[in-house]
Every structure is written in structure tokens, then in C-alpha cells.
Design a binder for this molecule. Structure first.
Ligand SMILES: Cc1ncc(COP(=O)(O)O)c(C=O)c1O
Length: 436
């Protein structure tokens, strides 16, 4: 007998009720409504005869098997937390989403609005706006704050908005940056900001108009205490008459990971910032998208920049519904993801790996160079054990990584370290991937 769909689902994925979409389901519920010209037809349009309406199951066995295969693949993928694939709940949410035009329809799309409202509720900010990616969210926020050069953004020298967004900041906002190396080697503090902030008045130097922070950064936390101290200092920093106070932006691509790990209040954290970009497609596991949050005025203006940057979307409801479902499903799993990350880090440390940064959320950053491990050998040993790795030595955990996959990873890397110590010749060809 052929297996049922629920037989091939792992336990953690909620069982799916396979639905058949009947053409009658598309009929308006109020059949006596005015404008109905004949049975099943409203305003002259007969929904039952639409060409793409078939009596088909919305989920069938091949599509479920494809999803399950993708889930198995990413269960063994430690390259990034962006690699996750939808859960069954997310697929169901996409099917049940709204399909309005988010640009033309005055009220926007219902699923997008629901997602934005949820982010407003969680962060305590006045308003939220859906964006296509983390890069788009960050750059819209920065552009919105940076009105007229000369101006600069103070940030950590490793900041994503500066290093990994294709040089968008000078292109989109005509801004230069002040790159700061945190004195404590981990995250910026108010002392770092005080030392590097640029005041108005000296024509050689573009004044700081935004302080842009990142939490988490390479998996490490920017603690609430430091965010508060920096915010207090920056917002009270004297500026020229007529100039707006220096803005506080947060690249919160993995803010939920950081908040869960530090155990602090999300609203209290968000209160330190004027704008925040939160990625939905990283630890939260959505297929795509980010949400920016800020004041109503800020978000209303951000909508112009989103359109200008090519980010106005037509029927994004499916993606927003998936993201909303993923938030509710994944958020409670984050502590488990972090615990597995810590446990794996401990095992790797025991077999001799050097870990460059504290393991505080979902990342382990190995110092392969220090340990004499060639990047190609690192990737190859992983591949042989069916785990995907980037050659950088950064390992990222997400909600679809299983303890079994983490055990395979530890075994593979233990063998690699043993072989290296035994003088086995390791593969040294040039490899790329991640940030190499
Ligand atoms: C800290 C951080 N910010 C922003 C982004 C950009 O997100 P996206 O890839 O969706 O543009 C990333 C992506 O990896 C990131 O790690």
C-alpha cells in the first residue's frame, strides 16, 4: 500500500490535511448578493469556469516528497540559516494567504498587513513595512535617515550594511562610513562611539548622522545594556541648529536569536533604535523577506524608497503568510537551536578546534587557519559525511538542523582533526563559498 502523507512527515512537522479545492469553494458565500447574474457568477464573472480551477489536491504525494527531500538536505546544511525550507504549516499558510495587489489596493494586502501588525506588536514600534530582503530593509532605512551630504554612518568595521551589501550605502545614500574596531574585540560600546563620532563643524569630516549597530553579529550579542548606553549618548549628542538628532539604526537580521539568547525584553531593546530591519528568512525560517519597523512617519516615507529601489510588490501575500507562520512556529524553537550549537561547539573544542568568538546564539566560528586545517579539506570531510559546509569555518545552526546531523558534523570534523594530527596529506586546492 502506498504510504500516506503523514507517514513520510517527520514528527516535528504538523500533520497535513490534504484538501481538495472544489470549484464550489470559490463561489461567494452570499449567493443572494446583488450583482449575481446566475448561479456561481458574480458581477458577470463565473468563478466556476475559471480555467485554472481544477478539482486537484493542493498537496499531492510528489510535492510532499519533494518538500521532505529538501527538508532532509537542509537538515545537513551548516552553511547558513538562510538555507531553511518551508514547513508544511508554511505551505498551508501560503495556500490560505490573501492575493491582493500590495501596490494598487489602497489597504495593501491582508497577509502582508497581518505580518506587519505582528511585528509592530512584537517590537512596540508604531509601524512596520515588508521589504524583499535584509539588504533592501537596511538600505531603505539608512537612505531614509540620510537626507543630505556631507554625512557619515558610524558602524562596526564588520557591519553587513557596509561590508556585504555590494557597496549600496555610498550609492543609495551618498554616505561615507566611520568603521570602528570594538575595543573589547566583540561589540561596540558607548566608549567606542564617543571616541569616533564626528561632530558638526570641521569641514574636513562628514558629520555622523546615523549610528548603525548589528545584533547579532557573527553570532555574538550586542547586549541590551550597551545598546541603551549608546542610544542615550547618540540621541543626546549636540547637532547643528535645524539638524535632526543622530539616528540609531539596527541591522537586526538575527535580532530574535539575540533576544532569545540574552533573555531580554524585545520592546525594551527596540526602544533604543529609530529604525530596525529584521530578516524573516534567516533564523526565523521564512522563504524570503524582511520587515522594517519605526515611527509612522518614518515608515510612510520608507514606502517611497522601497518603490524607488524596485521593491514594490504585487501579490506578496503568499510570502508574507509563510513568514508569519514561520515566526510563530520557529520562535519557540530558538533556545533549542542555540543549545545544540553550544553542545556542538563543546564537542569540537574538545577535539582541538579553536573557536574565534563566543558561541552565544546559532553560530560557531572556527579558526581553521590557526588550527592548520585547509579550507578545501574542511569542505571535503563534511561532504563525505553528507554535511554541507562553507570553507570559511563558520558553522550556522537553524531550526531544521537535527541532533543526528550535528553528530555527523562532529564525527566528520573529529576525523579531519585526527588525520591532520597524524600527518595525513590534506586537500589544499582553492575553494570558494560563503565569504571566501
Ligand atoms: C547581519 C545581516 N544583515 C543583513 C543581511 C542581508 O540579508 P539579505 O541576504 O536578505 O539581503 C544579512 C545576510 O546574510 C546579514 O547576515
Amino acid at each position: 500500500m502506498a504510504p500516506s502523507i503523514n507517514d513520510i512527515l517527520p514528527e516535528q512537522y504538523a500533520p497535513l490535511e490534504v484538501k481538495s479545492l472544489k470549484s464550489r469553494d470559490l463561489r461567494p458565500s452570499d449567493e443572494s448578493s446583488e450583482g449575481q447574474t446566475e448561479r456561481g457568477a458574480v458581477g458577470g464573472y463565473d468563478a466556476t469556469s475559471a480555467p485554472n480551477v481544477q478539482e486537484m489536491p493542493l498537496f499531492n504525494m510528489p510535492s510532499m516528497q519533494k518538500l521532505r527531500q529538501a527538508q532532509w538536505r537542509v537538515e545537513h546544511d551548516f552553511r547558513s540559516d538562510t538555507v531553511t525550507v518551508p514547513t508544511v504549516n508554511m505551505m498551508q499558510a501560503m495556500i490560505e494567504s490573501s492575493f491582493q495587489d500590495d501596490m494598487y489596493d489602497a489597504e495593501g494586502d491582508e497577509s502582508v498587513n497581518r505580518l506587519q501588525d505582528r511585528l509592530v506588536e512584537l517590537t512596540g514600534k508604531e509601524a512596520a513595512m515588508w521589504a524583499l530582503s535584509g539588504t533592501m530593509g537596511n538600505q531603505i532605512c539608512l537612505r531614509n535617515h540620510l537626507t543630505q551630504p556631507p554625512h557619515s554612518v558610524l558602524l562596526d568595521h564588520r557591519a553587513h550594511v557596509h561590508c556585504w551589501e555590494s557597496g549600496a550605502l555610498p550609492v543609495m545614500s551618498q554616505a561615507s562610513v566611520t568603521q570602528v574596531h570594538p575595543k573589547n574585540g566583540l561589540h561596540l560600546t558607548v566608549e567606542d562611539v564617543k571616541k569616533h563620532i564626528i561632530a558638526d563643524g570641521n569641514i574636513h569630516f562628514p558629520p555622523t548622522r546615523v549610528v548603525s549597530l548589528e545584533n547579532s553579529l557573527s553570532g555574538t550579542i550586542l547586549p541590551l545594556k550597551d545598546a541603551k548606553e549608546i542610544s542615550e549618548f547618540v540621541r543626546n549628542y549636540p547637532v547643528e541648529e535645524g539638524q535632526r538628532p543622530i539616528a540609531m539604526h539596527l541591522d537586526g537580521a538575527r535580532l530574535f536569536d539575540a533576544i532569545a539568547a540574552e533573555g531580554v525584553d524585545l520592546k525594551e531593546y527596540c526602544a533604543c533604535f529609530d529604525s530596525i530591519s529584521i530578516c524573516l528568512a534567516k533564523g526565523l525560517g521564512a522563504p524570503m523577506g524582511s520587515v522594517i519597523v519605526g515611527s509612522k512617519k518614518f515608515i510612510n516615507r520608507a514606502k517611497y524608497f522601497r518603490k524607488m529601489f524596485g521593491g514594490g510588490t504585487r501579490q506578496p501575500g503568499m510570502m508574507a503568510a509563510a513568514a508569519l507562520s514561520s515566526i510563530e512556529y520557529t520562535m519557540p524553537l530558538l533556545p533549542r537551536v542555540h543549545a545544540l550549537t553550544r553542545q556542538t561547539a563543546e564537542s569540537l573544542r574538545k577535539v582541538g578546534y579553536t573557536i574565534s568568538l563566543p558561541v552565544q546564539t546559532n553560530m560557531i566560528v572556527l579558526d581553521l587557519e590557526n588550527d592548520g586545517i585547509p579550507p578545501a579539506a574542511f569542505v571535503d570531510y563534511g561532504k563525505r559525511a553528507e554535511v554541507s559546509l562553507f570553507p570559511t569555518g563558520r558553522l550556522v545552526f537553524h531550526h531544521q538542523i537535527s541532533p543526528e546531523a550535528a553528530a555527523k558534523l562532529v564525527n566528520a570534523l573529529t576525523r579531519l582533526m585526527e588525520d591532520k594530527n597524524a600527518g595525513v596529506a590534506l586537500e589544499t586546492r582553492k575553494v570558494t563559498g560563503g565569504y571566501i
